[in-house]
Design a protein around this ligand. Structure first.
Ligand code: MN
Length: 211
């Protein structure tokens, strides 16, 4: 049974950067609907039973053709929102530290450049989708990805996704209307880089185990 992550902050805790009404609708309507739909799908498709959402998305080849698009978007909608909400916090460090900081400087020059590249990807994603900070273990490299709808880069072979930026209009329209750039600018004030650091550490441990 898939369950939404429990938020360790109130819907209002990210004000004024992300407004209460957006957080509440995003979590209790959009994310809840994906979660319910995924649980219903799993009952119908034996090939995805007993798997985590990551396992399902990494092995979409096991999903029967007639269910492929539905599983990709529904399972993505469940996992992507867990990752997104977990990435936010009223208190976390607002920039990477430790080894992730070194890697950011190596791969992007600076944290400011990383933010500029992520913003460019977020604004450049036509229609609904995500911009991502991801990690490719084949090249030992951080990289920026764009995906449409609820697609997740782990389905395309990336080792780990470190940070999703949800650019569906439901993530910002109530406060920012069509101004996606203002939403992305505000988001930097609520991203918890300790969570992103942890995901990076987990991805690197996985590297060490499988090399
Ligand atoms: Mn969303």
């Amino acid at each position: 049974m898939f369950q939404q992550i429990k938020l360790n902050y109130e819907f209002s805790a990210l004000e004024p950067h992300i407004d209460t009404a957006t957080m509440e609708a995003h979590y209790t309507l959009h994310h809840a609907a994906f979660t319910k739909a995924l649980n219903n799908l799993v009952e119908q498709i034996p090939e995805i039973q007993g798997k985590t959402s990551e396992e399902i998305l990494k092995h979409l080849d096991l999903v029967p053709d007639e269910y492929l698009v539905t599983v990709r978007n529904t399972c993505g909608g469940f996992l992507n929102h867990n990752l997104y909400f977990e990435s936010l916090s009223p208190h976390g460090p607002r920039e990477p530290r430790g080894f992730l900081k070194e890697h950011v400087e190596q791969d992007f020059g600076s944290f400011e450049n990383l933010k500029a590249e992520l913003k460019k990807a977020a604004l450049g994603q036509f229609g609904s989708g995500y911009a991502w900070l991801a990690y490719c273990d084949k090249e030992f490299k951080l990289l920026i990805k764009q995906t449409d709808n609820q697609r997740n880069p782990i389905s395309d072979g990336e080792t780990a996704v470190l940070l999703p930026i949800d650019v569906w209009e439901h993530a910002y329209y109530l406060k920012h209307r069509s101004n996606r750039a203002a939403y992305v600018d505000a988001l930097w004030n609520v991203i918890d880089w300790e969570v992103v650091d942890r995901r990076f550490e987990a991805a690197r441990k996985w590297d060490v185990l499988t090399k």
